[in-house]
Design a binder for this molecule. Structure first.
Ligand code: GLP
Length: 241
């Protein structure tokens, strides 16, 4: 695993942006795997600057997002569809028909999982997958205990994950209890993976990712088996490693 340690979140975001922009400049029809949550917000801000000020071109780029809450409409401000439009897609010259996110309101969610996994194979797999990491080591919404063999599937969210994400909702009650997520195996299909972690609350997860034996109780540890992973962590997230 390549490891980049940065002094703070700003520098982390600039490094992640630099890697993504290089990918897009080198291969203008790249497929990017994208993540939500607080961690990538700074990276997305930098990417918007790059598109608007440095003419980085997303016209032929496609994106596949990791996950979506079950039961939230695409127009719900808490949905990951809405998040991606608000924080990235509405501000860069990507074609909306080239952006893919699981449909958490599908009538048949099992069929939706199969459809999305097929999309990963047909459109992707991503040339570059951006990942955050949960405090409990989850990637996408693959909670501890998820098999490393999983494809896109439905997951029951841990109470700790719902609490961690409650800051984006009006109250904890409003945080959905389930999500559709790319599986661990789906994520590992990507050519390259960049995982970002900022702040002290991620320090235990980063220490475990780097030092413990791979274990399904620590979903991110599956990344140790991948050939091209870059971890970008700020000093606060790296302090226990
Ligand atoms: C959510 C997302 C993950 C994300 C994680 C960490 O649960 N599904 O993709 O990596 O939370 O979130 P944050 O970056 O806000 O700490």
């Amino acid at each position: 695993m390549n490891i980049i340690i940065t002094k703070d979140y700003q520098e982390l975001s600039e490094k992640a942006c630099g890697i993504i922009e290089k990918q897009v400049n080198d291969k203008p029809d790249s497929v990017l795997g994208l993540a939500t949550g607080g961690s990538p917000l700074g990276t997305y801000k930098q990417l918007i600057n790059g598109c608007q000020e440095r003419s980085v071109n997303y016209e032929n780029v496609s994106t596949l997002n990791l996950d979506e809450y079950i039961g939230l409409d695409k127009n719900d401000p808490q949905s990951y569809h809405f998040f991606m439009k608000k924080h990235l897609f509405d501000h860069i010259n990507i074609r909306s028909e080239n952006t893919y996110i699981p449909n958490g309101k599908a009538v048949n969610l099992d069929v939706e999982c199969e459809r999305y996994e097929q999309l990963i194979d047909d459109i992707g797999p991503p040339d570059l997958q951006l990942l955050g990491i949960g405090q409990n080591g989850h990637i996408g919404f693959n909670e501890p205990g998820t098999s490393f063999q999983t494809k896109t599937h439905i997951i029951d969210l841990e109470e700790s994950t719902r609490q961690a994400n409650a800051r984006f909702f009006d109250s904890l009650d409003m945080v959905p209890k389930q999500a559709i997520t790319m599986g661990i195996q789906s994520i590992l299909k990507s050519e390259k993976i960049v995982i970002i972690a900022s702040g002290e609350r991620k320090a235990d997860a980063i220490r475990s990712l780097l030092e413990d034996e791979p274990d399904e109780n620590m979903p991110a540890s599956a990344l140790r088996a991948h050939k091209h992973v870059t971890l970008i962590a700020d000093e606060a997230a790296y302090q226990k490693a």
